[in-house]
Design a binder for this molecule. Structure first.
Ligand code: ATP
Length: 237
């Protein structure tokens, strides 16, 4: 089976995320995609994040209609002594740890793919054990406007990055197709033309604007019911 792992803060999940997952499923023939919200993301220190439980609930709503999309508890807060989930966690959720944990439940013949947008992929060289991550799984990268194949290649950890004379012609090439290098395989989805962003959604809620073009009705209703993003106080942070 081809399994996708899609990490993100998902605060909230939106149509851009779903479009990325659908395009990845189609292009790489994925059988299942785990959407994995972290309790403590290492790459994004925007604070305060909405509590894990809200981000997970919105993911469950947004993925409910698609059998292959699974909201995942792989990076849920750890259990405290009283059996309660602790929200204040010290150690960030590193993707390499999650990948290794997920692999323990997969067959050796299963192939794992990491789904990611180009803006997040641009920082991948700084990730914890980045080279190991490329050994453990193939990447599926969604382009964003203005990014070329050279940006993808140059974002790789140094030991995996092709030499400048190799990547020079990449500057004029859009980020589509497959990039297969020693130690890294990257499938490129091109630009999905989905301008949604969680930042824009949080701003829209704060400004009292409708959310219909960014998120499913069920997610918009959840945001409204729980008072998320209206103000830090109303969001229960
Ligand atoms: P924020 O606005 O808070 O930075 P975000 O909208 O980028 O959030 P994340 O949860 O941080 O959402 O993103 C998870 C992953 O989805 C990242 O890899 C990101 O690049 C990708 N992504 C987010 N929005 C889009 C989009 N509109 N089209 C394609 N990929 C996207």
């Amino acid at each position: 089976m081809n399994i996708g792992l899609f990490g993100g803060t998902f605060d909230p999940v939106h149509r851009g995320h779903v479009a990325l997952a659908r395009a990845a499923m189609e292009q790489c023939k994925l059988h299942r995609i785990y959407f994995v919200p972290p309790s403590l993301p290492p790459h994004k220190q925007r604070q305060p994040l909405s509590p894990f439980v809200h981000r997970f609930a919105m993911l469950a709503l947004a993925t409910a209609q698609e059998k292959a999309f699974v909201p995942s508890l792989l990076e849920a807060p750890e259990e405290g002594a009283a059996g309660l989930r602790r929200e204040r966690q010290e150690k960030p959720n590193y993707t390499i740890d999650t990948v290794r944990r997920l692999k323990q439940s997969l067959k050796a013949s299963d192939q794992l793919f990491l789904l990611i947008g180009m803006d997040a992929f641009a920082d991948v060289a700084q990730w914890h054990q980045a080279e190991a991550l490329f050994r453990e799984c193939e990447f599926i990268v969604a382009g964003r406007p203005g990014y070329s194949l050279a940006d993808v290649a140059n974002a790789l950890p140094e030991s995996l990055r092709p030499r400048p004379e190799v990547t020079k012609p990449f500057h004029k090439q859009p980020a589509t197709g497959d990039l297969v290098l020693p130690g890294a395989t990257i499938h490129l989805l091109g630009d999905l033309h989905q301008p949604a962003s969680a930042t824009a959604i949080r701003a829209a809620v704060a400004a009292g604007k409708p959310l219909g073009r960014f998120v499913d009705a069920a997610v918009a209703e959840y945001i409204r019911k729980m008072g998320l993003y209206e103000s830090s106080k109303a969001a229960g942070r």
